[in-house]
Design a protein around this ligand. Structure first.
Ligand code: ZN
Ligand code: ZN
Length: 766
């Protein structure tokens, strides 16, 4: 019985590594409560097996009999005596002797499951490498599926595939050029890679084999302090506060409100160094790791092998390696997007959330948690210091700073006394020529682009809509072509050819005749990044143009490559969506053009104005970060709109003042707490009926304290073939929200095929 002997060996390990006094006592009848990796809201009770006399500890990863099979679970602690008559099963095996979720992190995750009303097992496993969910998988030396070119197959095989099977040709090309590769990694880069590789294996061109995983190379240690610059007086003041908080060893939240280019990163780096000097670890959260290659580079340059960068391009094995380096304390600084808030850093001293206003910190679909908010919960749990940094902090954070819950640290000026860029507004209503109005560049913006190119400097053009034209309209009846699955118009793309749905991805050719009246011809209207890029190329034939949006940047490393080329000066103009607004620091950029500022203002979202102002100030902040001053042009049909006026005058604080008053008056956050309940079903009648039933229960339970709005058809009424309804609950306190939602969860049973989402503190209102 080889399995048995492994278990015994493991048991000995347990004895040596774990003080048994902390575990559950070793009686064979001892029971433990387990959160199983399944979308179920309840916890399960298991017997501790006799082979584990040391018992089981909270946070340990176990395999348990579950339903007809087995499942992975995390031990939460001792269980009370179960109901009589219930037959109990024993835990199958302990996967890892050391708890995979240390105490404070486990507590944070259990808090999060309660707060966000999500199944506890799902919440806990969201914090672990995906391999830990897999029944039967070992803990460390996991075999992975590797693809390599079969013997005797060379580049000539590619020619045979190129026309017929482009995906297979691409995969084979990658293997011929780059050598053997982990299948999971290829799949992360290229949708459908697994199937493509199977087909190649079937043809005898590729071999697929399970192999022990190659370890991710650990970065070489760099001299500590590399790249440090001397801090400005404002930075010194901010750091003094953060250092004092770190020295105090207690939970404190600092809001670092620093204008663009004021050197927030240097403050982060020095704060991390302080935490490390106290023998404590740090977590740095960024909105999207691919969009912040320079920040990541600066962190790794400063702290070398002590840094673990958790990015989406990591294969399953590499992800587990990085997790383990952190868990063991070999790496003490974790850098990553939203889910890095769960990085298993022991003795956490500091957690930084860069660009804390960024909506991507909130997960909106499955498991709707907010990375920034959980960062604060975790910091409180671990007695750590939290630093929220932004040039345009969220209204919620501004309100907390005003109320004294956060310490407000300001960096009001750019480093090296560089001026903030000047913002000029172009009123598109005054661009009278209808042809010019249809263009991306007004005469004024075109003139400035030309001047920038003449000086050999760089420009960024921002348009928050991808594709070529926005929609195709019938010249006869005026109908637009809509997606068959979603209630949105399709966007016209040249790349890939045809009309594409930006929600479900459905693609269809541009129809000859109107699908609605069957007579009219279709005409293309509106403007996307693809068309903007084409226009720049046409008007400035000598310019080198790059485009950054989710169409141009597909595959691992594509975003970093485009940004890297632009940063190295290999292009003159960068056209892109909000991806170009995030914290890049490219000294050659002296001109930023906002092609159409109005796009986000008309969205049915109470944060529309806040988002628009944040985007305008953020993108403006990309200009003039080097030695030459920057200039910004904002094109709009609404030059008198408050967002445009306040952005031009750089009056963010005034905006906060007005907007907080408005939110308070209308009963929106941060004045009140929100719960969004969304019901969807393929059958419109069932979706509506479920929404009505939810409304009944929410109103009955909410009473006078809570206001229930709806049910109403969601602004995005149909998505991927499902009809969507929603309700909004406003309460003075979050406890009320949870009580109301809990009642709805207990008392409403959705029909088969329904989806029900409870989103606490929602960010995505569509
Ligand atoms: Zn028509
Ligand atoms: Zn669609």
């Amino acid at each position: 019985m080889p399995l048995r002997s492994t278990r015994l060996r493991r048991r000995e390990n347990d004895r040596t590594s774990l003080p048994s006094a902390q575990g559950v006592t070793s009686s064979p009848r001892t029971l433990v409560q387990v959160a199983v990796a399944a979308p179920l809201r309840r916890l399960f009770t298991y017997l501790v097996p006799e082979e584990l006399p040391a018992g089981l500890q909270p946070g340990q990863l176990v395999e348990v009999p579950f339903g007809r099979g087995r499942a992975r679970g995390v031990v939460l602690g001792p269980a009370a005596t179960p109901e009589p008559g219930l037959e109990l099963k024993a835990v199958d095996r302990l996967v890892e002797p050391e708890p995979v979720l240390p105490g404070p992190l486990l507590a944070t995750l259990r808090w999060a499951a309660d707060y966000y009303l999500v199944p506890p097992g799902e919440m806990l496993f969201a914090a672990l490498p995906p391999l830990f969910r897999q029944v039967g998988a070992g803990s460390g030396e996991l075999a992975v599926l590797v693809a390599r070119v079969a013997e005797g197959v060379g580049p000539e095989a590619l020619a045979g595939l190129a026309g017929r099977a482009p995906l297979q040709a691409r995969l084979l090309g990658a293997l011929v050029q780059g050598g053997p590769a982990e299948v999971a990694r290829l799949e992360a880069e290229l949708a459908g890679a697994r199937e493509g590789l199977r087909a190649l294996a079937h043809k005898g061109l590729v071999r697929l084999e399970r192999e022990p995983r190659a370890r991710a190379p650990v970065p070489a240690d760099l001299p500590e302090g590399a790249g440090a610059v001397s801090p400005t007086p404002d930075q010194v003041r901010a750091l003094a506060e953060i250092h004092a908080a770190l020295d105090g060893g207690e939970f404190v939240t600092c809001l670092l409100h620093g204008v663009t280019g004021s050197g927030k990163t240097e403050v982060y780096l020095r704060a991390i160094a302080r935490a490390l000097s106290q023998d404590r670890g740090a977590v740095l959260l960024v909105p999207e790791i691919a969009l912040t290659p320079l920040l990541t580079q600066r962190v790794t340059a400063r702290f070398g092998a002590q840094v673990a960068v958790l990015h989406s391009g990591l294969g399953a094995g590499e992800r587990q390696d990085e997790w383990r380096r952190l868990r063991r304390g070999q790496a003490r600084v974790a850098v990553g997007a939203r889910s890095a808030v769960f990085a298993p850093v022991p003795r956490l001293g500091l957690i930084i959330v860069d660009e804390e206003h960024d909506p991507s910190y909130k997960q909106s679909e499955r498991l709707p948690y907010h990375g920034r908010d959980l960062a604060l919960v975790r910091a409180r749990q671990e007695g750590a210091v939290a630093v929220l940094g932004s040039a345009t902090p969220s209204l919620e954070s501004c309100a907390h700073a005003r109320g004294g819950r956060y310490r407000l640290l300001r960096l009001p000026e750019r480093v090296h006394q560089r001026p903030l860029p000047e913002i000029e507004v172009v009123d598109l209503r005054e661009v009278l020529d209808p042809l010019e109005r249809a263009h991306a560049l007004s005469p004024r913006l075109a003139e400035l682009v030309a001047a920038t190119l003449d000086r050999g400097e760089q420009a960024i053009l921002f348009l928050n809509r991808r594709g070529y034209s926005s929609f195709a309209l019938c010249k006869d009846c005026g109908e637009a072509v809509r997606c068959a699955n979603c209630s949105v118009t399709l966007t016209h793309h040249l790349q890939g050819g045809g009309l594409r749905c930006h929600y479900c991805g459905a693609l269809q050719p541009l129809p000859e005749r109107c699908p609605s009246c069957k007579r009219g011809r279709m005409q293309l209207f509106g403007l996307g990044t693809e068309k903007c890029e084409a226009e720049v190329r046409r008007r400035f034939p000598g310019a080198r143009v790059l485009r950054l949006d989710s169409d141009s940047a597909t595959g691992r490393g594509a975003v970093a490559e485009i940004l890297g080329r632009f940063a190295r000066g290999e292009a003159d103009v960068l056209v892109g969506t909000q991806m170009v607004t995030k914290g890049h620091d490219i000294p050659g950029v002296t001109l930023v053009g906002v092609v159409l500022a109005d796009l986000g203002l008309h969205l049915p979202d109470f944060r529309a104005a806040e988002r628009t102002l944040q985007l305008l100030l953020q993108v403006a902040g990309r200009a003039g970060r080097g030695d030459r001053p920057g200039q910004v042009v904002v094109q709009t049909f609404l030059p008198q709109h408050e967002c445009v006026v306040l952005a031009r005058e750089n009056r963010f604080d005034d905006f906060v003042e007005h907007e907080l008053a408005r939110r308070l008056a209308l009963g929106y956050p941060p004045g009140r707490r929100l719960l969004l309940v969304r019901a969807s079903h393929a059958d419109p009648a069932k979706a509506a009926a479920l929404a009505r039933r939810l409304a009944e229960v929410l109103r009955a339970e909410g009473g006078a304290r809570c206001q229930v709005l709806g049910p109403a058809v969601s602004p995005l009424a149909r998505l991927r073939g499902r009809y969507r309804w929603q309700l909004l609950v406003k309460c003075p306190r979050v406890e009320d929200l949870q009580r109301v939602a809990g009642a709805a969860l207990r008392r409403v049973s959705p029909p088969a095929g329904a989806k029900l989402l409870f989103d606490v503190d929602p960010v995505d209102m569509l």
